[in-house]
Design a protein around this ligand. Structure first.
Ligand code: CNA
Length: 304
């Protein structure tokens, strides 16, 4: 019976509850906390989905362990896997999902407080959501930094080096042509330049901590707990980001839209949690329908 009960409360009725809450509380705003799952409908693989996730597809890059692609020491030794991945993931190659456009609608309707994103694909910006709402917790491709002296470089610096150069092995006819990159290097110290993406072992940007402090204060002032937190498309396994939902003060409704039940929603669920186990775009579409925003959502997403 427990199983039956839990599958019942994870169905679309929880999305209707979100809609009802937002309609009954016109001053309530939403904080989104999102991850790679909201961009899988755009064609960008996430990390951990079995079979389709990046980690299960990285073997072709010859990495000693999958996370090495985002490891500074490994990058210094062998930048090629990161360059290969960056070329594939580089912003501009993908269009935002319905979920991204739903967040844009929350902005347009004056119902958005903030988006905390772990994604580096900049699709929130691509959906034209104003910068002031976006916290890119794991950085982005939007600026570049030298790993030796921390000097900053404009976005074009790294991008210009993403075109592979072909090395021809004229003397060794038996060997196949190899794809290589001409790695971007600092003009001052000659160390490698990388996008300002947070690699493992690196600290998160200050604005992540500062903005979250500000938003926590803002939540605490809302004594009746009317604001909402919507968590979507994340395995909640990378810290400190993963602890955000647990820091939401008691009394607020927390929403999860994900293929699997993750983090505190599984280990320490709260009575008010509203979990929909399913696709983030499906949830976005359903909520838009319930709020009578569907036409606008379809227009933003470029659908008929
Ligand atoms: P993750 O660990 O790969 O988890 C993704 C989660 O989303 C899993 O629980 C999936 O079941 C779920 N999921 C996948 N697709 C959907 C969908 N359409 N609807 C609902 N749920 C879905 O990714 P996290 O973001 O939690 O991990 C943090 C890493 C991933 C961050 O450091 C990112 O930089 C990194 N990453 C980002 C991107 C990107 O920018 N798009 C891509 C791949 C990895």
């Amino acid at each position: 019976t427990w199983r039956l009960l839990s599958s019942f409360i994870m169905d679309k009725s929880t999305i209707r509850s979100v809609s009802k809450h937002l309609q009954e509380n016109p001053d309530a705003k939403v904080i989104f906390m999102v991850g790679a799952g909201i961009s899988t409908p755009c064609g960008i693989p996430d990390f951990r989905s079995p079979k389709t996730g990046l980690y299960s597809n990285l073997s072709k890059l010859g990495l000693p362990f999958p996370e090495a692609v985002f490891d500074v020491d490994y990058f210094e030794e062998n930048p090629k896997p990161f360059y290969t991945l960056a070329k594939e993931l580089y912003p501009g190659n993908f269009k935002p999902s319905k979920f991204h456009y739903l967040m844009k609608l929350f902005e347009d309707k004056g119902r958005l407080r903030r988006i905390y994103t772990q994604n580096i694909d900049t699709l929130e910006r691509e959906a034209k959501i104003h910068d002031k709402y976006i916290v890119e917790a794991h950085g982005s491709f939007a600026s570049n930094v030298c790993i030796g002296c921390s000097q900053r470089f404009p976005v074009e610096t790294f991008k210009a080096h993403l075109e592979p150069v072909k090395l021809e092995h004229k003397k060794d006819k038996g060997k196949k042509d190899e794809i290589e990159f001409d790695y971007a290097r600092c003009d001052k110290c000659d160390s490698l330049i990388k996008p300002s993406i947070v690699f493992f072992g690196e600290g998160l940007p200050n604005n992540f901590f500062d903005t979250w402090d500000e938003d926590l204060e803002w939540l605490k002032k809302n004594k009746k707990g009317k604001h909402l937190v919507i968590v979507a498309g994340t395995s909640l396994s990378v810290y400190p980001f993963a602890s955000l939902p647990s820091e939401v003060p008691l009394g607020f409704k927390r929403v999860l839209w994900n293929y699997e039940v993750v983090g505190e929603f599984r280990s320490n669920p709260r009575g008010g949690d509203l979990v929909f186990k399913g696709g983030s775009d499906e949830a976005a579409q359903e909520l838009a329908k319930e709020l009578n925003w569907l036409e606008e959502l379809q227009e933003l997403a470029g659908e008929e």
